[in-house]
Design a protein around this ligand. Structure first.
Ligand SMILES: [Zn+2]
Length: 427
């Protein structure tokens, strides 16, 4: 398979301007990159005039629900949703049934992924057995199968002594910790932010400090042990500022992520109990949302991660308190970031490539995808002038619990190529 993509505008993490150019794809490798490349006989030519060529995105925080919750999502459907949204690699969270807390389960999950997924799937492992917060998981066995990220995501590892011990043990193996930050004693029914909206709807809210206390706690534990701590899905201004100030100190190994929904929405969007705006951590205030966007621009956040959290329509149609937390994100993330931030000039493609492609791969110790000559092919072609309507038919996730359902946004993923395979093509 030889493909020549001509006249594209090429995005990279290092340049705010898009560079015009061509790439020649051959046998899984970018054989040539430059200007005025010509096609030899038998080469397919794609005229990409007006379109943007990017490395594939990488999502370091997704829930693909297998094993145990296959009615919500499977590794097959979740990775197809990823491809649909221009994402060519994912890290799955371990809150499955059984939880991914031992070499046995890690082996099973990787085997299912090998059979059913067309993109690389990396798995995190639990910090504690069954995420129960008591005994350490089978850390050594999971490490032997390549697990790097330890997390009890879905919950905080509530006992700091247990987390401290895990950090002392696993850090010497080169593993790192990803923290879902939530003091459960303060979180109430975990339905929404404690504030004007919870007051109006008459539901006990979860205060920002429930998250901020654990952000501070877990950074301090990492500081004490020398562990690398990665703070997941930060939702509050003070949480972001806490991370900023610890990074400025410079004596702790600290990274952090922010999710598209926390950059885009606020608690006001819940309106009349719309469960498509119910997630954990909850949507906060406009002040928090604006601070998170600024934190992303300033580099406080290393990466964007969707926290893709599929649930069936039946589950999400329950009353607001009973409905589960989370929304899907893989089908929609890239187009929504383009529509809301690139089109409006808030930030450019260089930020998206850095934060949603390069840095998450660096976090996982993986080579960064680029469009340079000699590199393995891992790319997407994006049309900023076309629209995407997120109908049920369009989305590949098994679940459609997203505020973008049936919405039309600017931008479309036209082509995804990984190695020797064209994974997606829209004409
Ligand atoms: Zn979480």
């Amino acid at each position: 398979m030889n493909i020549l993509i001509q006249n594209a505008r090429i995005a990279s993490e290092n340049s705010p301007t898009l560079k015009k150019g061509d790439v020649l794809l051959s046998n899984g490798i970018i054989k040539a990159a430059g200007q005025g490349l010509t096609a030899t006989k038998g080469t397919r030519v794609i005229d990409a005039r007006g379109r943007i060529l990017l490395p594939g995105m990488f999502d370091a925080h997704v829930h693909l629900r297998e094993p145990g919750f296959e009615s919500k999502e499977t590794l097959a459907t979740g990775t197809e949703a990823a491809i649909n949204g221009g994402v060519t690699g994912v890290v799955i969270m371990p809150n499955t049934q059984p939880a991914i807390d031992s070499a046995t389960v890690v082996g099973q999950v990787l085997e299912i992924a090998r059979r059913t997924a067309r993109i690389p799937v990396y798995t995190s492992g639990c910090v504690t057995k069954d995420r129960a917060g008591k005994e350490l998981s089978g850390i050594d066995g999971m490490r032997a199968l390549g697990v790097k990220m330890l997390t009890d995501d879905g919950d905080t590892t509530s006992d700091p002594a247990v987390l401290l011990r895990a950090m002392q043990y696993a850090t010497e193996f080169g593993m790192f910790f990803a923290s879902h930050c939530e003091a459960h004693e303060l979180a109430g029914p975990r339905a929404l932010n404690d504030g004007a909206m919870s007051y109006r709807l008459g539901i006990k809210g979860s205060p920002a400090c429930a998250e901020e206390i654990i952000i501070e706690r877990d950074i301090r534990l990492a500081h004490a042990t020398g562990a690398h701590i990665h703070i997941q899905h930060v939702s509050t201004r003070l949480g972001m500022e806490t991370i900023r100030s610890w990074k400025q100190r410079g004596d702790v190994r600290l990274t952090a992520e922010v999710s598209p929904h926390h950059l885009l929405f606020t608690e006001d969007d819940i309106g009349d109990y719309d469960t498509h705006y119910k997630m954990n951590p909850p949507l906060r205030t406009r002040v928090d949302r604006d601070a998170l966007v600024q934190g992303l621009i300033d580099g406080v956040f290393d990466l964007i991660a969707t926290d893709h959290a599929p649930h069936t329509p039946f589950e999400k149609s329950q009353d607001f308190v009973s409905a589960p937390n989370g929304i899907t994100g893989l089908d929609t993330a890239l187009v929504s970031l383009h529509h809301h931030f690139v089109v409006t000039g808030k930030f450019g493609w260089d930020l998206i490539v850095k934060r949603f492609s390069a840095e998450p791969r660096r976090l996982m110790g993986l080579p960064v995808a680029t469009l340079d000559e000699g590199q393995p092919i891992d790319l997407i072609l994006f049309d900023p002038a076309k629209e995407t309507t997120f109908t049920q038919d369009f989305m590949r996730s098994k679940s459609q619990n997203t505020p973008f359902l049936n919405k039309t946004l600017m931008g479309r993923v036209d082509l995804v190529v990984l190695g020797k395979n064209v994974l997606l093509e829209r004409s």
